[in-house]
Design a protein around this ligand. Structure first.
Ligand code: B12
Length: 486
């Protein structure tokens, strides 16, 4: 244990799985907030995004030795957890005496397993929302005090995991110190808009829905808190003026949940002519609610809207507790398309009861919905999601690195995992082949965006590395790419 705690390295796990990484290289906004809180408390945090820098464990060891931290903290969702544990084990070997900690959704729920299996590498699990817990734990360690006094953590006591009481959520998300100046802006780019810096921003936290396959509603305990429209829009202006950010992704699960606040955000973005391109996720019912103000979305700078349609048959949507109707997904995508914004959706495949006919039917309806971009995901059984007990008997991989919505982890009763993956690839291939034929009729902005995404999917995604790619494309695809990709 160091005598004093000063320098704290926040390091992303060097995990890579394709799909979303294909579209850009993204900063970690949780670290921006945690570093902001640590610095405001007098510590010296450093953000080291080993994931985006594509550093391997050797490079990480060298870089961390140069930084000379007293504490190394990392983060985890389920698929990045194994790399996060390897990272902390490496820290323990390469930097003796350094304190290690891990936060994020996986470690939060799985702290018992983490400390039992990787207790040699992980000193502390920081559970739940990180800003206050990180500060209190660092103060406690700095003062040589008893960690049992810090709420929201877990650690081994004589080899047995021990958790302190959970910490309540932060009440007011406005004016949280955010260490944007610690972000290494040069490494972040949204590939369809390479000329400008990319940020991930957060206008709200949480989700009030109960989707049984999702981790987020359980993590946030179905609560939702938001920043004021003014605070959020001012931050976007600051990012534009100080750090040259021209495009930002909202990390929010449901930024639109409070319709009034959301419309105020759109109005401010328009009135103040912020000029930021925004990428966001929301629910189909909020898109339908906002039919009359869709024009404002576009004028405010919303470029790309992802809505999770997930499935196109009502029975499965009901099983997912998705609280939407099939027809709503179709209408939401039509609305987004009709305002010349990019529509994206994902379809979840590979449920235990899925047959080839079900997958084909989901594909056909996805085509009928006509989003610009569709992702055909394999269901991942997060061990803490409500649906886990139903999926558990069908799990074929216990390697968490596979829990990335791309690899097959659940085997349908009526199919082999190879058959499932072949159908997934066919879904991608047939969907994008169909879209490509319509490229010449797309608006210029949509066409540019679509073609770049298409090229990225074909060139460097997980699909290519691990599954042989989308297969051989007809010559017309190369011709279209040559003609339209800048
Ligand atoms: C931004 C994002 C990303 C970014 C990550 C950027 C980066 N440099 O880390 C990118 C685009 C790269 C990404 C990629 C992927 N992602 Co992602 N991503 C998100 C997203 C949209 C927002 C996360 C976020 O920033 N939230 C806002 C911050 C403030 O909240 P937070 O991260 O939860 O952090 C808070 C607490 O968790 C905690 N905390 C978190 N870490 C730490 C660490 C410490 C030390 C402490 C003290 C506290 C703490 O404190 C934070 C602040 O209070 C979420 C969905 C969502 N809406 O949350 C999915 C999500 C996290 N992604 C997910 C997945 C599956 C993936 C991919 C595997 C998908 C794929 N196949 O490509 C990849 C894997 C990455 C890879 N390298 O291959 C899943 C994870 C599910 C799970 N339970 O495991 C999510 C939840 C989406 C979903 N609905 O399923 N993703």
């Amino acid at each position: 244990m160091p005598d004093r705690i000063r320098r704290i390295a926040l390091v992303t796990p060097p995990y890579h799985s394709g799909v979303v990484e294909t579209a850009g290289s993204w900063p970690n906004v949780a670290f921006v907030y945690i570093a902001g809180a640590l610095r405001a408390a007098g510590f010296d945090p450093i953000i080291y995004d080993a994931m985006t820098m594509n550093h391997d464990l050797d490079q990480i060891a060298t870089h961390l030795a140069e930084i000379g931290p007293d504490v190394v903290l990392t983060t985890s969702y389920t698929s990045s957890y194994p790399k996060a544990a390897q990272l902390l084990r490496l820290v323990k070997e390469a930097l003796p005496g350094v304190v290690t900690g891990i936060g994020g959704v996986h470690a939060h729920f799985m702290y018992d397993e983490v400390l039992r299996l990787d207790g040699d590498a992980v000193d502390f699990v920081l559970r739940g929302e990180g800003e206050r817990t990180a500060v209190e734990l660092m103060r406690c360690l700095d003062a040589g005090d008893d960690p049992a006094k810090v709420t929201g953590i877990a650690y081994n006591v004589a080899g047995t995991p021990f958790a302190t009481p959970s910490r309540p959520f932060i009440h007011n998300l406005d004016d949280m110190p955010a260490a944007w100046d610690l972000v290494d802006w040069d490494i972040y780019t949204f590939y369809p808009m390479p000329e400008t810096n990319l940020a991930i921003v957060s206008s709200s936290r949480g989700c009030d829905q109960a989707c049984s396959f999702c981790s987020q509603q359980v993590f946030w305990q179905r609560t939702w808190r938001a920043r004021s429209a003014e605070d959020f829009v001012s931050e976007l202006e600051m990012l534009r003026d100080k750090f040259g950010v021209g495009v930002a992704m909202l990390s929010d699960e449901t930024p639109t949940l409070d319709g009034q606040r959301w419309e105020r955000i759109l109005d401010l973005l328009i009135e103040r002519d912020v000029g930021m391109h925004l990428l966001m996720e929301t629910r189909v019912d909020d898109v339908l609610r906002d039919e009359a103000i869709m024009g404002k979305y576009k004028r405010a700078g919303i470029e790309h809207i992802y809505v999770g349609v997930e499935r196109t048959d009502q029975a499965t949507l009901d099983m997912f507790k998705k609280n939407t109707e099939v027809a709503m997904g179709k209408r939401a995508i039509e609305l987004i398309n009709s305002h010349d914004m990019i529509s994206e959706t994902s379809l979840v495949l590979g449920l235990p009861g899925d047959t080839p006919a079900d997958i084909k039917a989901t594909f056909d309806l996805a085509v009928h919905y006509d989003p610009d971009l569709a992702f055909f995901l394999t269901i991942a059984p997060w061990p803490y999601a409500d649906m886990y007990p139903d999926l558990e008997p069908y799990i074929v991989s216990r390697d968490y690195e596979d829990y990335n919505l791309v690899a097959p982890v659940v085997k349908p009763e009526a199919m082999t995992t190879d058959e499932l993956m072949k159908m997934v690839i066919d879904c991608y291939r047939n969907f994008y082949m169909g879209k490509l034929k319509r490229v010449p009729t797309m608006s210029k902005s949509k066409r540019d965006y679509f073609m770049i995404t298409m090229k990225l999917l074909m060139d460097n995604s997980y699909l290519k590395q691990h599954m042989g790619g989308l297969g051989n494309m007809p010559a017309e695809v190369d011709e279209l790419l040559a003609k339209y990709v800048r």
